[in-house]
Structure formats: C-alpha cells, structure tokens
Design a protein around this ligand. Structure first.
Ligand SMILES: NC(=O)N[C@@H](CC(=O)O)C(=O)O
Ligand SMILES: [Zn+2]
Ligand SMILES: [Zn+2]
Length: 425
C-alpha cells in the first residue's frame, strides 16, 4: 500500500498543515512532515474535507444498467468527493430482500470506489401493501439500517407506523418520500403561477407537507426515527421546525437542485428540469437555504437520478422525473453556502454519516482515523459538459454552466479513487 504525504492543505477550520496517510488511516497531522516512502501531493490552496456521504443516490443496478451501474455511479460519486453513498431501493428487481441488498453491496465492494450502503425497501416491490423483510435485510451482509420506498410514498399510515416500530429494534430509520398520492395525480410540476400559465397539472406543496406532518406525529407516537427525503417547500420547513422543537427524532435532507433552481425552469419545457418533488418557488428556495444553515434541515443529499436518453429527451409529460447530482453537488453547495467549510462538512459528511450509521466516515483527519477524505480546490472554475461526466446518463441540469470548485483528489481508506481531478480506475 502506497503512503501519501499531502503537503500544505487547509483542514476545516485550521491553518495549512501536512497529512501523512499510511495503511488506510491518517498516520500523522502537522506542519513539516516527511516520509521517504510516501508519494507527495502539493495541496497548497486546497481544502481537506472528510469524504462526502450521500444519503440518497440512485445507482439503477440491477435492472437499468443502461442508465447507471454500481460502478459508473461509484465513479461519479468519487469524482464528486464522496467516499460513501446510500443506494436507493427502486431498482429492478426492487431491493426488498436480503439477496438483492447483498448483491448491491457486493457490487459496491468490487467497484471499490466508494462504500455503497444499500437502502432496503419498506414494502414488497414498493407496492405499499406489505412490509418487506426488514429484519433479514438488517441482518444480512449489507447490514441495512435505512429503509425507503423512495420514488413512492409509504402512503398507508398503518404500514408507516408498523415500519417505524419494526426498525426500532436495530436503530433503523425510515426515509420517507413525502408525497400524498391523491393530491399529485397527473402532476407535472409545482402547483403555482407558472403551472397555471403553462397549463400543466400542478403538484401542490401541501401534498408534501401533509405527509411530513403525519409522519412526525407517527414517529413521535412510536418513539422511532424518521428521515424526510428531498424536502422542497417552506411549509415543510415549518413542520420540521415544530417537530424538532418537540424533540421528535426526525432528520431531513435537501437536494442541491432544490437549493438553486426554481419552477420557472419549466418554461423552457426542457424535461431535464422535471424532477420529483418538483422545483418550487424562489421563496421556497430561500426558506430551504435558511433551514439548512440553521440545522432544521440536517443534510444535503443529491437524489442523483440518472435516466437514459429515451426516458428524458422526449415530451415533458412523458419524461421520467430526476436529475444527476453526484458530480456537481459540492460546487452547488459552495455556491449556495459560500466557503463555510465547517457547515459544508457538517451537512455533506459528518451528519449524513451519523444518520446512516457509517462509523468510518464523516470524520475529520486526525491520527488513527480512517483516511476517507477529499481535497477541494475552491478557486477552480469548470464548465459542465454532460458528455464528460462519469455517469452513464446525461441528465444534468447544469449543462454548459460554469461552476466554482473542483474535487482534486478523493481517498477511500487511504487509497486514492481520484487524483488530479481524474478517476484512478
Ligand atoms: N427524484 C426523482 O425525480 N426521481 C427518482 C425517484 C425519487 O427520488 O423520488 C428516480 O428514481 O428517478
Ligand atoms: Zn423521492
Ligand atoms: Zn430519489
């Protein structure tokens, strides 16, 4: 195993220093280190973050390997500065058995670019009728702790209650896609002024807020853990604030796109901007940003949702919802939050690692800590070229935009997965 000496890097909240990485861990931290056998990386001007952790990634394998594979998605993640991703269960077959989650987990190990932590489905086939084998998935080699029917809402309150009760035994968490299905039938975009003008069926904010309100009450009632996926409205923030003030065990995520883009993008009728939940208003974006800074929203999660060209480059009404996120998330966070590195580390690494129970991740470099970290050049600017992305899909909403910040290197347990901004394998 090669040792690496990272020279003159800025740790979060500290003065430039050197890091020596050896045998998978951070061996030494301090100015003026030397090691004859180490490969030296001049990191002047770079920031060292704990490796990013994504609570919400769609890797599409098994079933839609044309859109993404565990390997291609892992490479996109590493290039985005991630060292761990949680893979959503809406694959084909659905990840609702120990067999499927173990398959995804093994594929992640084989790719060896990030730790792939499978999420298990809450209900069999995501059909919302019967609980899946949550215990068997938790006991499997994949050690599943997060369960989600993402893509679908666990709409039946009795099933949701039973799922919350069930996962308490192993400190699991239910990650809810909050969408009251009866309020979003045929919905194409956010319900508001723009949808009225365009004549597209609206997805009202209340369809999200009503489910979050119900679920925080259920979580409180049974004393279990709830995580809310892709929060998108100002009203949801108020419900979460209220629940947290009451001590409910609820955490929440926001995506980069909901922090940056608004429903006005739909005016282009470009389906790249079609996503679930839909892009909302500028007032919602402002509320989400404030909630993220304040901690009412705990983490940024990408909801990286690759789709094949034929599912995306078609009429708006027929296009699948979802956009890529892994390779651009840090740049969007930097744009939205500014160079508040401690806040970025908190929202994109430390807190998501804690929610997922990934004990080797989300740790700032210190002697003996697993060397999961990423080096960022905050001054670099790059133009996003969809064809140059590592993802197998091209549905980025940032095509040809100039973004600030670039991942220079990522280390997974001391081994580089990215060097000089390029994937190592
Ligand atoms: N976000 C999306 O618009 N799509 C996701 C499903 C989801 O996250 O709900 C997908 O799987 O494509
Ligand atoms: Zn979802
Ligand atoms: Zn999703």
């Amino acid at each position: 195993m090669t040792a690496y000496l990272i020279r003159n890097v800025s740790p979060v909240g500290g003065e430039p220093t050197d890091l020596l990485i050896r045998d998978g861990v951070v061996a030494e931290v301090g100015a003026g280190l030397s090691a004859d056998d180490a490969t030296v990386i001049d990191a002047t001007g770079l920031v060292a973050l704990p490796g990013l952790v994504d609570l919400h990634t769609h890797l599409r394998e098994p079933g839609r390997e044309d859109a993404e594979t565990v390997e291609s998605g892992s490479r996109a993640a590493a290039l985005g500065g991630y060292t761990a991703v949680c893979a959503m269960a809406n694959t084909s077959p659905v990840a609702d058995t120990a067999g499927v989650v173990e398959q995804v987990w093994r594929l992640g190990r084989e790719a060896g670019l990030v730790d792939v932590q499978p999420i298990g489905a809450v209900t069999v086939g995501l059909a919302g009728e019967r609980l899946a084998e949550l215990g068997a998935m938790a006991d499997s080699a994949a050690r599943v702790r997060i369960f989600s029917d993402d893509g679908h809402c666990v709409a039946d309150p009795r099933l949701m209650r039973r799922a919350l009760e069930y996962v308490k035994a192993f400190d699991g968490v239910i990650a809810q896609h909050a969408e009251e299905p009866r309020l979003t039938e045929g919905a194409q975009m956010h319900e508001g002024e723009v949808s009225t003008r365009l004549g597209l069926t609206g997805w009202p904010a209340v369809a999200e807020e009503a489910i979050i309100a119900r679920d925080v009450l259920l979580a409180e009632h049974v004393g279990s853990r709830l995580h809310v996926c892709h929060v998108s409205t100002a009203g949801s923030v108020e419900v979460l604030r209220h629940a947290k003030a009451r001590g409910v065990r609820v955490t929440a995520e926001v995506t980069p796109h909901h922090l940056l883009l608004t429903d006005e993008r739909a005016e282009s009728y470009d389906p790249v901007f079609k996503v679930n939940p839909p892009l909302r208003t500028a007032a919602d974006v402002d509320a989400l940003r404030a909630a993220l800074a304040e901690g009412v929203i705990d983490v940024i999660a990408t909801d990286h949702a690759p789709h094949a060209v034929e599912d995306k480059e078609c009429e708006w009404a027929y296009a699948r919802p979802g956009m890529l996120g892994l390779e651009t998330a840090l740049s969007i966070a930097l744009d939205v939050l500014g160079p508040r590195w401690d806040l970025i580390a908190e929202r994109m690494s430390r807190v998501p690692a804690r929610i997922a129970g990934l004990t080797g991740h989300g740790l700032d470099p210190a002697p003996g800590v697993p060397a999961n970290l990423t080096l960022v050049d905050p001054a670099a600017r790059r133009v996003i070229e969809p064809a140059e992305l590592a993802s197998r899909s091209r549905n980025t909403p940032y095509a040809r935009m100039t973004l600030t910040g670039r991942i220079v290197a990522t280390f997974l347990r001391g081994e580089p997965t990215v060097l000089d901004g390029k994937a190592v394998k």
